[in-house]
Design a protein around this ligand. Structure first.
Ligand code: ZN
Ligand code: ZN
Length: 292
C-alpha cells in the first residue's frame, strides 16, 4: 500500500515538474507550445479562408473549448490521470507477477528500423482508437460521456479537444496492453502525437479541405463534419466516419458516409439545446443524469 501512495505522490511531483518546465522552457520537443502553435496556425486559416462564412470567428463555445483543450491535455493529468495511470501500471505488473510474468512484450520489434516501428505504432494505435470511438457511440453509458464532444454546434479547431476526461481513461486503458505487448509506451514518438493533434485540429476546423486522393487515408474536415451531423439516415443512427487520424478504417469497414459537403447541416444530437452549457455541468452530467 505504501508503495502505491509513493507512486501517487511521485506521479504528482513528477508531473508538476514536467508541466512547469514545459511552460518555462520552450523547445522543439514541447507539447505545450506545439499545441499553442498549431492552434494559432489553424485558427489563422479559419479566419483567412473560412468554410462557413456566416459563422462568427469566435464561434459558439470558442472559449469553453479552449479551456477544454488545456484541461484535457495538461490539467487533467495533474489532477488525476498521471497518478492514477502510474498506479494502474504498477498494479497491473504486480498482478502479472503473481503468475510469474515479468515482461508483457510478446513481439520484439525494437530490432525493426525506426520508421517501421513508427508506422506500426501509428496504424495500430489509430485502429484501436477507431474501435474505441465506435464503442463510445454504441454503448449507452459511454455515449453519455461522448455526448460532450458531440454537443459542438459550430465547428472550429478547439472543438477537437472538447471531450469528457473519462474518454482519456477509456482510450488509454484499452490501448495500454496491446501497445505494451509490442514494447511501446503510450507516449512514444513525440512527432506522431504532434501529427495527430494537427490532423485532429484540422478535422474540426472551419476549413473546406479534403487532401485530394489522400482523403481515403486521412480523416478531413468534410468527413468529420458528417461525424458530427445531427440528422443521419435511420440505418446509420449509431454514427458514421468514426476515424480519428486515418479515414481508411471507415472505407474498409463500410462506415464512411459523405453524401455532400455538409456545409449547412445542423450539428449535435437530438435535443442538443437542452444539453448543459458550462464545463462543470458538462463533466458532471453523465453521473447526475442517471439519478434524474
Ligand atoms: Zn463521436
Ligand atoms: Zn469530433
Amino acid at each position: 500500500m505504501e508503495k502505491y501512495i509513493k507512486i501517487i505522490l511521485d506521479g504528482y511531483y513528477g508531473y508538476w515538474n514536467y508541466l512547469t518546465s514545459e511552460i518555462l522552457y520552450p523547445s522543439w520537443q514541447n507539447y505545450f507550445y506545439w499545441l499553442i502553435g498549431l492552434s494559432v496556425v489553424v485558427f489563422a486559416l479559419e479566419v483567412i479562408v473560412p468554410w462557413r462564412k456566416s459563422q462568427p470567428i469566435f464561434r459558439k463555445d470558442f472559449w469553453l473549448d479552449v479551456f477544454y483543450m488545456f484541461f484535457n491535455f495538461f490539467l487533467f493529468s495533474l489532477i488525476l490521470y498521471n497518478a492514477l495511470s502510474n498506479v494502474f501500471v504498477e498494479l497491473f505488473n504486480d498482478f502479472l507477477g503473481v503468475f510469474g510474468i515479468t515482461n508483457v512484450v510478446a513481439i520484439q520489434i525494437n530490432t525493426w528500423p525506426i520508421w517501421g516501428q513508427f508506422l506500426l505504432m501509428f496504424i495500430l494505435a489509430d485502429f484501436i482508437q477507431w474501435n474505441v470511438h465506435r464503442m463510445l457511440h454504441r454503448v449507452p453509458w459511454l455515449w453519455e460521456f461522448h455526448k460532450v464532444h458531440h454537443s459542438v454546434e459550430q465547428m472550429g479547431f478547439a472543438a477537437h479537444l472538447r471531450y469528457h476526461w473519462m474518454e482519456t481513461i477509456v482510450y488509454k486503458s484499452v490501448q495500454y496492453l496491446p501497445l505494451a505487448m509490442i514494447g511501446f509506451g503510450l507516449d512514444d514518438f513525440f512527432i506522431l502525437h504532434i501529427f495527430t493533434i494537427a490532423i485532429g485540429h484540422l478535422n474540426h476546423a472551419n476549413l473546406k479541405i479534403t487532401y485530394g486522393p489522400l482523403k481515403y487515408i486521412l480523416n478531413n474536415p468534410i468527413m468529420h463534419t458528417w461525424h458530427h451531423v445531427k440528422n443521419l439516415p435511420s440505418d446509420k443512427r449509431h454514427g458514421v466516419n468514426y476515424g480519428i487520424t486515418l479515414s481508411l478504417w471507415d472505407y474498409l469497414f463500410g462506415t464512411a458516409y459523405i453524401p455532400h459537403d455538409g456545409e449547412n447541416e445542423p450539428l449535435g444530437f437530438d435535443k442538443v439545446e437542452e444539453f448543459p452549457q458550462t464545463f462543470w455541468s458538462q463533466i458532471t452530467y453523465p453521473w447526475l443524469k442517471k439519478k434524474a
